[in-house]
Design a protein around this ligand. Structure first.
Ligand code: MTE
Ligand code: CO
Length: 431
C-alpha cells in the first residue's frame, strides 16, 4: 500500500483500492473466508506470524517526549481530506472533502473536517480579535476573546453540511467515492456562547428582525439570518471537540447555525449587524439559490433536508471478502433527529431496517449498520432516512420532478452504489 503524507493530493485512485486489486490478483480473486473471524491462510510476512515474536515486540518504543501533540499512526496516512482537481480553480476559493468512508461513530476528527473557503484561511491573532454588534441595538458592543470566554457557554454536537454537498450529482452519477459525493459534511461538538445571550446584552430594538454575520477573512462573507433563528439555537463557538477551533474552521470564533446550510456558519466572525430586513447579499442572491424549471429561483432555503449515505461499501472502500460483511453509513436531518434508516441491497425492490447505534441527537450525524452475507452477486446499495418530522428522503428522480435539473444546492436524493462481482463499487443511478 502506498503511503501518502501529503494531505493536498487530488488523486482519485485510492490506496485502499490499489491494495485490494493487488491482493485480488495474487489470490486469484476475492479470498473465500469463513463466516466470521480467522483466516484459513497466512497473510503478510511469515516471520511475523503468531506465535513468532514480531519486530515491534523486540525493541523499546518511543518515549512520552516524542509526540507533544499526538498524530495518527503512519499506517493511517492515506486517511486525509482530498480535493477534486477540476473543482479546484484556485485552492484559496475551493473545497476539500471529509473521508467519510474511513470514519466511524458520529464525530469527525478535527483534522479531517472538510474545508470550504471563499478567500483562504484567515490568520487571526486571538489577542487582537474583536466581535462587533451594531445596528438596531440599544448598546452597540465590541467583545474581545476574553469577554466571550466570560459569558455562559454550552456544549452541543451538530453536523455542518455545505448546501453544495452532492451538488455535482444533480444531473447524474459523477464522482467515484462518498468522500466526493457526500464529504462536504462534518459533525463536531462545539463549545460556545449562545448568540441569544450576546444579542440580549446589546439589547435588540423592537423592529429588529434580522441579523447579518460577517467574516473577518478576505472574502468578508455575510448572510442574512432571521432573528427567530438567531435567538433560538445559534452559538458563537470557540472550541471544537474540546480544543480551540482549527484555523481552517474559523479560529478563534465562528457562528454555528444548527441544521442550516453551512454557508451561513460564518468563520472568523468579526461583526453582527442587526436590522429590520434581509441584506440580499451575494451569497443569498447569485449563489445559494436554486433555479427551477420555470425560471424562478428558490431563495432562503436554509434548512438541510433529511439525507443519508452508505459509507462502506463504497467506491473507495470495496468489498474484500465473501460471506459476512458490515454495511455502515450516516444519516442526518436539519429539522430534528433521524427516526429510521432503511437499506436495500437490490436497488429498492426490498427494504430492511438498519440498526442505529450511538447517540441520536437533533441536527447531528447518526450512525447506522446493516449486517449481510455477500456471495459475489451484483448489489445495488441504497439507504433512505426518515426524520422526526416524518419526512422521507426522496429518490433523485422525485427531487428532479419537483426542482428540475438546474440546481446545485440541496441535493438530498438517495445515493446508489453498484457492487460488482469483483467487490469493486461504482457510483450509479437507478430509476
Ligand atoms: N465563512 C467565511 N468567513 N468565509 C468562508 O469562505 N465558507 C462557508 C462557511 N463559512 C466561509 C465561511 C461555507 S460555503 C461553508 S460550507 C462552511 O463555512 C464550511 O465550513 P468548514 O470549512 O468549517 O467546513
Ligand atoms: Co458551503
Amino acid at each position: 500500500m502506498s503511503k501518502k503524507t501529503d494531505g493536498t493530493t487530488s488523486e482519485l485512485v485510492m490506496p485502499a483500492r490499489r491494495a485490494f486489486l493487488k491482493a485480488g490478483a495474487a489470490a486469484g480473486g476475492v479470498a473465500a473466508a469463513g463466516a466470521l473471524g480467522g483466516h484459513a491462510f497466512a497473510a503478510g510476512d511469515p516471520e511475523n506470524q503468531a506465535p513468532n515474536v514480531a519486530d515491534w515486540s523486540k525493541y523499546l518504543g518511543e518515549g512520552v517526549d516524542a509526540r507533544p501533540y499526538g498524530m495518527p499512526s503512519e499506517f493511517e496516512s492515506h486517511v486525509v481530506r482530498r480535493n477534486v482537481e477540476w473543482l479546484t480553480a484556485s485552492p484559496e476559493s475551493s473545497v476539500n472533502f471529509t473521508p467519510l468512508h474511513e470514519l466511524d461513530g458520529i464525530i469527525t476528527p478535527n483534522g479531517l473536517c472538510f474545508e470550504r473557503h471563499h478567500g483562504g484561511i484567515a490568520e487571526v491573532d486571538p489577542a487582537d480579535y474583536q466581535l462587533m454588534i451594531n445596528g438596531l441595538v440599544d448598546k452597540p458592543l465590541i467583545l474581545t476573546m476574553q469577554d466571550l470566554m466570560r459569558l455562559p457557554r454550552e456544549n452541543k454536537i451538530y453536523f455542518l453540511e455545505c448546501a453544495a454537498n452532492s451538488g455535482m450529482e444533480w444531473r447524474g452519477a459523477q464522482l467515484n467515492g462518498c468522500q466526493f459525493t457526500h464529504g462536504m459534511v462534518h459533525c463536531v461538538m462545539y463549545t460556545g456562547v449562545p448568540l441569544r445571550i450576546i444579542l440580549e446584552e446589546a439589547g435588540i430594538k423592537t423592529n429588529a428582525k434580522w441579523i447579518m454575520p460577517e467574516g473577518g477573512d478576505a472574502a468578508a462573507m455575510n448572510r442574512s439570518i432571521p432573528m427567530e433563528k438567531a435567538l433560538d439555537d445559534c452559538l458563537i463557538a470557540f472550541k471544537m471537540n474540546g480544543e480551540a477551533l482549527r484555523p481552517e474552521q474559523g479560529y478563534p470564533a465562528r457562528l454555528v447555525v444548527p441544521g442550516w446550510e453551512g454557508n451561513m456558519w460564518v468563520k472568523w466572525i468579526r461583526r453582527i449587524e442587526v436590522g429590520d430586513e434581509p441584506w440580499h447579499a451575494r451569497e443569498e442572491t447569485s449563489k445559494y439559490t436554486d433555479l427551477l424549471e420555470n425560471g424562478k429561483a428558490r431563495r432562503f432555503t436554509w434548512e438541510m433536508d433529511c439525507k443519508s449515505v452508505v459509507t462502506n461499501p463504497s467506491p473507495q472502500a470495496p468489498l474484500q471478502v465473501k460471506g459476512h460483511n458490515i454495511l455502515t453509513g450516516l444519516a442526518w436531518s436539519g429539522r430534528g433527529t433521524v427516526d429510521r434508516v432503511d437499506i436495500t441491497l437490490d436497488g429498492g425492490k426490498n427494504w430492511r431496517t438498519a440498526r442505529i447505534d450511538g447517540p441520536v441527537l437533533p441536527k447531528s450525524l447518526t450512525r447506522f449498520y446493516y449486517e449481510f452475507e455477500w456471495n459475489g452477486e451484483d448489489l445495488l446499495l441504497q439507504s433512505r432516512a426518515i426524520d422526526s418530522t416524518g419526512y422521507i428522503q426522496p429518490t433523485k428522480d422525485q427531487l428532479r420532478a419537483v426542482r428540475g435539473e438546474n440546481s446545485i444546492y440541496h441535493n438530498n436524493g438517495i445515493q446508489t452504489w453498484h457492487v460488482q462481482a469483483s467487490g469493486e463499487v461504482e457510483n450509479v443511478e437507478v430509476s
